[in-house]
Design a protein around this ligand. Structure first.
Ligand code: NDP
Length: 419
């Protein structure tokens, strides 16, 4: 098949119409959440009381801040890495190499931001007031960047295209991403965006919200501390185990188009910081016993999430590693094996279960008076249920009978005895 021929891969996300709807709905939802969090009633399911004008959305200062931020993260990505890891084998049998220095980027960003704040160069407390124009600049940048990626993919060889982003329909391919691993030299755009500017930006926004709360009320609330601590821990963990991203669906299956570009650069920092945004405008009392209970829920979720992900990563890298060698497995026709005991024998996606429990722990500090801070739990449940279905579909295609056998042996998908 030449690179110009459309692939016959089944269309996901409702095809071109679904993709068109997402191109509008994702940014619209993000702006709705940003506006709702600062509004008095903070209602998730009501239209915003007003729509901001262009003068509120467009700010050259915000664009400059975004460009500086992206430039800083690119510079940190290019610094020498403690390790260079190889990705999974590609269609043409080659393997790409990736610098493992995301955690280093997080620490250096913290040091640089701390320095800039202490010498008065960066008034971090002013950042919450710039969220709308920053989100607008990031959305515009995501559209332009995705167009450039689409154009680049037009001249890419067929072997470089993603299985699902080459349908021949512009809207669908623009959304899904045509090229699997677009690069400029050794700079990998998808890998760079996946865990750095958005994830580190998210915790920076959280910190700015905490600082502004301290400026407003004398000190940050316990709820704000918990939200900041939990989410910083999540981001730190993702960057500490950065290498595991190389075996995720985003890297091995999905092309790099608007879906991931917008998701990584805009959706994550501006909607995942929703709980902290909500708390700044709607302070919530939190007693110590409740805070301890929430910490316990977070720790339980993290334990399941980390153990399950590490068990599969270790098994995929080296099935004879002593920590996984004793687990029961099913052979598949591809030569790979499937775990049927340990975490992956409990449900077919134990890592999703842990992630969902953690999502709940991030929202609980916001109390029960509003649905808005629970948006993340609702959205994430929908995302993981859909993602699980996509993964099942791909695994059935890859492993056939062996996958059916696995589903028979491990009948529940995410929650034992429930789903
Ligand atoms: P997974 O890490 O769950 O990987 C799925 C793959 O694992 C399958 O395609 C298959 O690939 C392999 N696999 C499945 N079952 C078995 C088994 N029994 N034995 C061995 N291998 C198996 O996929 P994701 O990329 O969806 O998730 C990665 C992490 O990222 C999760 O913890 C998820 O919660 C998190 N996540 C977080 C998001 C966020 O916004 N916070 C968004 C999306 C994900 P193969 O056999 O080819 O190796």
């Amino acid at each position: 098949m030449s690179s110009r021929e459309a692939s016959q891969a089944p269309l996901e996300f409702g095809g071109p119409l679904g993709a068109m709807a997402m191109l509008i709905l994702l940014p619209a939802t993000m702006f709705h959440l940003l506006l709702a969090a600062r509004s008095g009633p903070a209602r998730l399911l009501a239209l915003p009381a007003y729509l901001p004008g262009l003068e509120e959305l467009w700010s050259p200062r915000a664009l400059l801040l975004l460009v500086t931020w992206l430039g800083l993260q690119v510079a940190l990505y290019l610094l020498p890495a403690r390790k260079v890891a190889e990705g999974l084998e590609l269609k043409d049998k080659s393997r790409l190499r990736y610098p493992i220095n995301g955690f280093q980027a997080l620490v250096l960003t913290a040091l640089l931001v701390g320095l800039a704040v202490s010498v008065g160069l960066l008034p971090l407390g002013a950042l919450p007031g710039m969220l709308l124009p920053l989100a607008f600049a990031t959305t515009l940048t995501s559209f332009i960047f995705s167009l450039l990626l689409y154009a680049k993919a037009l001249v890419a060889p067929a072997s470089a295209l993603a299985p699902g982003g080459n349908s021949g329909n512009f809207v669908y391919d623009f959304f899904r991403g045509r090229e699997l691993n677009p690069r400029l030299g050794s700079f990998d755009f998808k890998y760079f965006c996946e865990l750095r500017p958005g994830l580190i930006g998210w915790v920076l926004i959280n910190l700015a919200l905490l600082i502004q709360e301290a400026e407003l009320r004398g000190s940050p609330s316990l709820a704000m501390w918990l939200v900041n601590g939990f989410q910083l821990f999540y981001v730190g963990d993702a960057l500490w185990y950065e290498e595991s991203v190389l075996t995720t669906m985003d890297i091995i299956h999905d092309g790099f188009g608007f879906m991931l570009v917008f998701g990584d650069l805009a959706w994550v920092p501006f909607t995942y910081s929703l709980q902290a945004q909500f708390l700044l405008y709607h302070p919530q009392p939190l007693e110590l016993p409740m805070a301890l209970l929430i910490c316990f829920i977070k720790a339980t979720g993290y334990y399941i999430f980390r153990k399950a992900n590490s068990q599969k990563n270790t098994f995929r890298k080296n099935p004879s590693d002593p920590s996984v060698a004793g687990l029961e497995t099913i052979p598949t026709a591809t030569g790979k094996q499937l775990l049927v005991s340990g975490w992956w024998g409990m449900v077919r996606h134990p890592n999703y279960l842990g992630d969902l429990i953690m999502a709940l722990a991030w929202s609980l500090p916001c109390g029960l008076s509003h649905l808005l801070p629970y948006f993340y739990v609702l959205y994430f449940t929908a995302l993981l249920v859909h993602r699980e279905a996509r993964d099942e579909h791909q695994c059935l295609r890859k492993y056939g009978r062996a996958w059916q056998e696995y589903c028979k042996r491990v009948p529940y998908r995410i929650i034992p005895y429930v789903y």
